[in-house]
Design a protein around this ligand. Structure first.
Ligand SMILES: Nc1ncnc2c1ncn2[C@@H]1O[C@H](COP(=O)(O)OP(=O)(O)OP(=O)(O)O)[C@@H](O)[C@H]1O
Ligand SMILES: [Mg+2]
Length: 273
């Protein structure tokens, strides 16, 4: 099989222990090219450990993993050229502007036209208006979007996002979700980890649950839902969730470029609650 035809990610029998703690005990899964795959699991389930192995930061004790057709152990350099990794904490430079951060990474990767690459990414992540501002003035959601934008420089075919929306407010989460959907629509393969069930529900083509060192289920949302018998329907008024109320008050698509007016209204509506 050539690297082009192979699935974006193939994991077989992956094992990893830290001293006597057996974190991964034989993990298997495959991610199709251009799809979004969510790895769900509680705190300490081993999600970050799996992502670190797939991104060559950590060596597995046993098993094999191939990313973009390359073996993570034997062809680590090829794997690194095929991926980007966005960790849980934004890796952006506070003192620089958003645009300067992007230009810096493009220069470090020896790409032609760093300015154009930066401007295109700012546009794609709705950060054009904020591009000239120091990152220290950005909101959490804007930083996260910039962080993801930075990881896309050089167009890696496979993107790892480790808990991309932990700590973000509902509006910022939706902004990040939109960015992830656009990535997949352009053919990038996305593996994301999350503890949020709704995030997996919203985004993922396939969802795998990592529990006690193994993948205990792996399927589409519809397949996962079939694992439980349908609930008996009772006719009660559906009460809006707090998230529904919050999003309808602040506008589900608001605050995208972080312009002052939108932000003012976001905070105003928070205070009115
Ligand atoms: N370097 C390390 N040394 C020892 N134990 C570690 C190390 N890194 C992780 N662990 C342990 O391995 C287990 C899995 O950690 P991991 O970070 O992969 O979990 P996770 O699913 O990403 O959790 P979270 O949702 O909290 O991010 C945990 O019990 C953790 O304490
Ligand atoms: Mg983690």
């Amino acid at each position: 099989m050539t690297t082009q035809q192979a699935p974006a990610i193939q994991v077989q029998g992956l094992e990893k222990s830290y001293k006597e703690v057996r974190v991964l005990r034989g993990v298997d899964f495959t991610v199709a090219r251009g799809s979004i795959f969510a790895l769900l699991g509680s705190n300490g389930a081993g999600k970050t450990t799996a992502v670190k192995i797939l991104s060559t930061l950590l060596k597995a004790d046993a098993g094999t993993a191939r990313v973009n057709g390359f073996d993570v152990a034997a062809q680590a350099a090829d794997v690194r050229e095929s991926i980007s990794l966005t960790g849980q904490f934004a890796a952006v430079d506070e003192i620089l502007s958003g645009r300067e951060n992007l230009v810096l990474v493009a220069r470090l990767r020896h790409l032609k036209n760093p300015g154009k690459i930066a401007d295109d990414l700012l546009e794609r992540f709705s950060l054009t208006d904020a591009g000239a501002r120091k990152v220290s003035t950005y909101s959490g959601g804007m930083r996260r979007r910039l962080d993801i934008a930075m990881s896309l420089i050089g167009n890696p075919p496979v993107v790892f996002l480790d808990e991309p929306t932990t700590g973000l407010d509902p509006q910022a989460r939706i902004e990040v979700w939109q960015a992830v959907r656009e990535l997949a629509a352009q053919g990038t393969t996305v593996l994301l980890t999350t503890q949020y069930l709704d995030e997996a529900e919203q985004l993922a083509d396939r969802i795998a649950i990592l529990h006690e060192g193994r993948i205990i289920v792996n399927g589409t949302l519809a397949e996962l839902k079939q694992l439980l018998p349908p609930a008996k329907v009772e006719y009660v008024e559906k009460q809006p969730t707090l998230e529904d109320v919050f999003l309808s008050l602040v506008g589900a698509d608001g605050g995208k470029d972080g312009d002052a007016g939108k932000h003012a209204s976001r905070y105003a509506s928070k205070e009115q609650r």
